[in-house]
Design a protein. Structure first.
Length: 329
């Protein structure tokens, strides 16, 4: 099969195809559930019962999120309930797993926000399960499928990630060390159904994110974790989620609040007032010198970064754990 793997004219984004057989982001699942026939795998998952409440305390789940086997077992279980009984939200074990347990461990602040809102969580699950079904439709040819399904997107960071997401290009075998991947679920379904390729867009972080308006004003730490406060504004559209980028990973849980001062400064931007943010649960080591220069606040859309502001030189408040006092410096 001949594929067009020519980069775009400006070299900022490569449009190509991903080699599904070599790309194995869900290795733990496929090693645990190793079947020659996808239908046998689905039958095994249908008949299997897992105590989700108990398993949600396992290290596989707590430490690995998408890289462990439990998440993908529940995704597959939810798929079988969707196609067998048309269960989507209530009664679908994947939906319940996401909204009860996964919401507490997922690092992606955008996904956390979606899972906290039932209507949006149901839409997310529906989209993922429909893609699963489309990829498994034997009436759709491999190349027609590659065109019908949204491309997998990979962003390559400026610095090496501690645990890169390895995605392989079809035909060439070229390896992309991704910092962010949008398409985990499509890759999983394609691998389960033995599809050879999906479309792939690869972008460098420098061209994927643009500088936005905003400033980090304050860091609050107790020595173990940090809360980051400030504001961020994209004049084109509302920023729905932010996170701290450090060494190729996105950390923190974000909340937004109203900023009257930003609204008054940018009266021509309708959503300017909804720009204040707080990012919690960031590991304290990311603010230690000389690391601050490599840390950014990322604006996220569908879990992928599209804009950023630098940390700069904010005030730092240290909270004494034992005395309960504060020392601002």
């Amino acid at each position: 099969m001949e594929l067009d793997t020519s980069p775009s004219s400006d070299q900022q984004e490569l449009s190509t195809y991903v080699d599904i057989s070599r790309t194995n982001l869900q290795q733990a699942f496929f090693q645990t559930f190793s079947f020659q026939d996808p239908l046998d795998l689905l039958a095994a998952v249908r008949r299997s019962h897992i105590d989700t409440a108990s398993m949600s305390r396992s290290q596989d789940f707590l430490s690995n999120d998408y890289r462990g086997w439990l998440y993908w077992f529940m995704f597959t279980k939810g798929y079988t309930q969707f196609i067998d009984h048309d269960l989507l939200a209530k009664g679908n074990q994947y939906y319940e797993f996401l909204t009860k347990y996964f919401i507490g461990v997922v690092l992606d602040p955008f996904v956390q926000q979606i899972l906290s809102e039932p209507a949006r969580a149901e839409q997310l699950v529906h989209r993922r399960l429909l893609d699963f079904a489309t990829i498994g439709d034997t009436q759709v040819t491999d190349m027609s499928l590659a065109d019908a399904i949204s491309p997998v997107k990979v962003i390559i960071g400026e610095a090496a990630a501690p645990s890169p997401l390895l995605v392989y290009e079809a035909n060439t075998g070229r390896t992309f060390e991704g910092h962010w991947v949008d398409g985990w679920h499509r890759l999983f379904a394609a691998k389960l159904w033995r599809r050879p390729v999906l479309r792939l867009n690869v972008t460098a972080e420098a061209s994927a994110t643009i500088p936005l308006l905003g400033v980090v004003e304050r860091l609050i730490t107790d020595g173990a974790s940090v809360t980051v406060q400030g504001w961020i504004l994209d004049p084109r559209e509302l920023v729905e989620s932010v996170g701290i980028q450090f060494q190729g990973e996105t950390r923190g849980v974000s909340r937004f609040y109203h900023r009257q001062d930003v609204e008054e400064t940018y009266p021509h931007v309708d959503h300017a007032g909804f720009s204040g943010f707080t990012i919690e649960n960031v590991p304290a080591f990311v603010i230690r010198d000389p690391l601050l220069g490599s840390v950014k606040v990322l604006a996220l859309r569908n879990g992928m970064p599209f804009g950023h502001i630098n940390i700069g030189n904010p005030s730092i408040t240290v909270i004494e754990k034992h005395s309960g006092g504060q020392d601002s410096h």
